[in-house]
Ligand binder design. Structure first.
Ligand code: SF4
Length: 179
């Protein structure tokens, strides 16, 4: 049986979900028996290939994210919202109480650590979208892994079930742990 292909992506998140993924430790060898990790922030690989399973961390915060999640959806047989930012928009959605302009002003000009010398970045930053949103507001999501971050046990359980063509059932065979 040929190996499946799996990829992970990082949109508007803190990378904590990927750190938790690394915490599956030696169980990565079990994943490697079933699948090849073809693209991820934690491995090399520039192209976006067709994959069986995509884990997507983070909310959709800017236009680049919105385009990327559509491209990921188009190439993924199964798309998983990976962690609370992807599932609910979580921490990044705190920005939704303010306008885009207020958020940028606060982040770059009003920050206390900058001695009032703050200025907008010289490099171009991706244009913010009006409202930070969870993945399912932009594309169809097949499965959700909750948690901030999800526990390594939960991540491994869901990934192993999907790679074995089974439907993961949260709360059975695993504990839902937050933090
Ligand atoms: S869910 Fe939590 S750990 Fe994961 S990206 Fe969001 S803030 Fe970070």
């Amino acid at each position: 049986m040929s190996k499946k292909k799996i990829a992970t992506f990082w949109l508007g998140g803190c990378s904590g979900c990927h750190m938790s993924l690394l915490d599956i430790d030696e169980r990565i060898l079990e994943v490697a028996k079933l699948a090849e990790i073809v693209k991820s922030p934690i491995v090399d690989g520039k192209e976006l290939p067709e994959v069986d399973v995509s884990l997507v961390e983070g909310a959709v915060c800017n236009q680049e994210h919105a385009e990327e999640i559509r491209a990921i959806r188009a190439k993924s047989r199964i798309l998983v919202a990976f962690g609370d930012c992807a599932v609910t928009a979580n921490v990044p959605s705190m920005r939704n109480r303010f306008t885009k302009e207020e958020a940028l002003e606060r982040a770059y000009r009003g920050v206390e650590s900058d001695d009032g010398r703050g200025r907008m970045p010289a490099v171009e930053i991706a244009p913010l979208i009006d409202r930070v949103a969870p993945l399912h507001e932009h594309v169809k999501v097949d499965y959700y892994i909750p948690g901030c971050p999800p526990s390594a046990d939960l991540i491994f359980y869901v990934v192993a079930e999907l790679l074995n063509d089974r439907v993961p059932v949260l709360g059975q065979g695993t504990q839902l742990k937050y933090g």
